[in-house]
Write a protein that binds this ligand. Structure first.
Ligand SMILES: O=c1ccn([C@H]2C[C@H](O)[C@@H](COP(=O)(O)OP(=O)(O)OP(=O)(O)O)O2)c(=O)[nH]1
Ligand SMILES: [Mg+2]
Length: 150
């Protein structure tokens, strides 16, 4: 057994033919997700569609998954994810779906099994608030939003 993090995964009914999310190269950060659509879906220019990926996962407590767009689809077709990065909570047991939006000039066809997005698993910190009246002084103070120039 490798020392990689083990994550339980279950295919959605009818998605048995789709591959599990996959790293496409040796050191890819993201695993590509596949479209679990019937045969094809048209994502019309300017429109949003929720596209299922055919997987349910059980992340260990203290982890999240992020769903991010694929840059090739963004650059070539103006296809991105509306809520990027999408957040998959460790207690979510539903099918992972992606909110796709077509910002390109043409309608875009999503075929069953197309690689539509990528998923990154991260460790997260659960925090507890400590309410105070004053915070630490810094040089920046409340400067932000380009206060150092652009
Ligand atoms: O791109 C996404 C984003 C979210 N989810 C699922 C997993 C996630 O754990 C759940 C809730 O997501 P989020 O917290 O972003 O949405 P919300 O609007 O706050 O819904 P909720 O009130 O259910 O938390 O929906 C997806 O399948 N795809
Ligand atoms: Mg939420």
């Amino acid at each position: 057994m490798s020392n990689k993090l083990k994550v339980l995964i279950k295919k959605a009914p009818g998605a048995e033919d789709l591959p599990l999310p996959q790293y496409m190269t040796d050191q890819s950060a993201g695993m590509d997700l596949y479209a679990n659509v019937e045969s094809e879906e048209v994502l019309k220019k300017g429109k949003i569609k929720l596209i299922p990926t055919g997987i349910h996962i059980q992340l260990p407590k203290g982890y999240e998954a992020q769903i991010r767009p694929r840059s090739g689809l963004a650059l070539k077709h103006g296809i991105t994810l509306l809520n990027t990065p999408g957040t998959i909570d460790a207690d979510y047991r539903g099918e992972i779906k992606v909110i796709m939006i077509n910002l390109g000039e043409e309608d875009f066809i999503i075929q069953r099994g197309d690689r539509i997005a990528q998923m990154i698993i991260n460790k997260i910190e659960e925090i507890e608030w400590i309410p105070v009246k004053e915070l630490d002084h810094t040089e920046r103070k409340d400067g932000g939003f380009g206060h150092t120039g652009v």
